[in-house]
Write a protein that binds this ligand. Structure first.
Ligand SMILES: NC(=O)c1ccc[n+]([C@@H]2O[C@H](COP(=O)([O-])OP(=O)(O)OC[C@H]3O[C@@H](n4cnc5c(N)ncnc54)[C@H](O)[C@@H]3O)[C@@H](O)[C@H]2O)c1
Length: 260
């Protein structure tokens, strides 16, 4: 996919972190970018800076996602690139002992369900609606109609203590990559998933400095967290290289997460 030709791209979660870096990179490479995010203030700001469009979208809602695609396509035409970055990180042990010595309690299911709704089902919802739109377009070079990038996590494979919900949601994203790529292969639409390690984003800023330093120290090389621009650079390469399809790629400095 040649981004220079001014093709339209949609980046979910584009108001912050990995999505924001991706929106900036795709725009710099020549794409017309629409940002889908709940955070209207940041989303509108980033969209303005890159000459793109912001659509306030909640990926857990069919109607909200449909309205976002309608608005984005009205401005830029049918998107040929969809990058799914919208996501949340939650943590809770499967069952735990209250500090006051009371009876052990099972994890509440509402947080588990919300994590899966946003990270997994939200990603699938955006893919399905985007793919249906891409299928209405003529194919480009090599018979390609579009490319879809998803964001899982190394937690899909090495989930830590407290990450049952997050890991389940991300393992779902990784697991559906190949079957979706196969579903859409006859249409010339590629699907590739990135499994980031630890990246310097607002999501990670929520952690304490010692925890962040510990995470950076655990990366074999380079001994630091990843930079959002490094994630965005891989997205740009996935767009560019038509032979990348149906694969999950770790981007993690060789980190393998310990249990905690
Ligand atoms: N930062 C990391 O180290 C890291 C590592 C592995 C995976 N990831 C994944 O990368 C993605 C981006 O993470 P980030 O670190 O940039 O986080 P971030 O919090 O900076 O950005 C996430 C964005 O998603 C948006 N969002 C959340 N719920 C939404 C919803 N229902 N609808 C629309 N938008 C919604 C937020 O408003 C936010 O702008 C996430 O899926 C995250 O799980 C991040």
């Amino acid at each position: 996919m040649d981004l220079k030709s001014g093709i339209a791209a949609v980046v979910t979660g584009g108001a912050s972190g990995l999505g924001e870096a991706t929106a900036r990179r795709l725009a710099a490479d020549g794409a017309k970018v629409a940002i889908f995010d709940m955070n209207a203030e940041r989303g509108a700001l980033v969209a303005k800076e890159i000459g793109g469009v912001f659509c306030q979208v909640d990926v857990t809602s069919d109607a909200s996602v449909a309205a976002g695609f309608l608005a984005a396509r009205a401005r830029h035409g049918q998107e040929r690139v969809l990058v799914n970055c919208a996501g949340i990180a939650t943590g809770a042990k499967t069952a735990s002992r209250p500090k006051d010595g009371g009876a052990p309690k099972p994890a509440p299911l509402d947080a588990f369900e919300k994590t899966v709704q946003i990270n997994l089902i939200g990603t699938f919802r955006c893919i399905a609606q985007s793919a249906a739109g891409m299928m209405g377009e003529a194919s480009l070079d090599d018979g390609e109609r579009g490319v879809i990038v998803c964001t899982a996590s190394v937690a899909a494979v090495d989930g830590q203590i407290g990450q049952a919900a997050y890991s389940a949601s991300k393992a779902g994203v990784a697991g559906m990559t190949l079957p979706i790529a196969r579903d859409l292969s006859t249409e010339g639409i590629r699907v590739v998933t990135i499994l980031p390690g630890t990246f310097e984003t607002p999501m990670m800023a929520a952690m304490s400095e010692p925890v962040r330093a510990g995470l950076a120290a655990g990366v074999p090389f380079p001994k630091r967290m990843g930079r959002p621009a490094e994630y965005a650079s891989l997205v740009a390469e996935i767009c560019r290289n038509v032979y990348l399809n149906g694969e999950c790629i770790r981007l993690d400095g060789a980190i393998r997460m310990a249990p905690r």
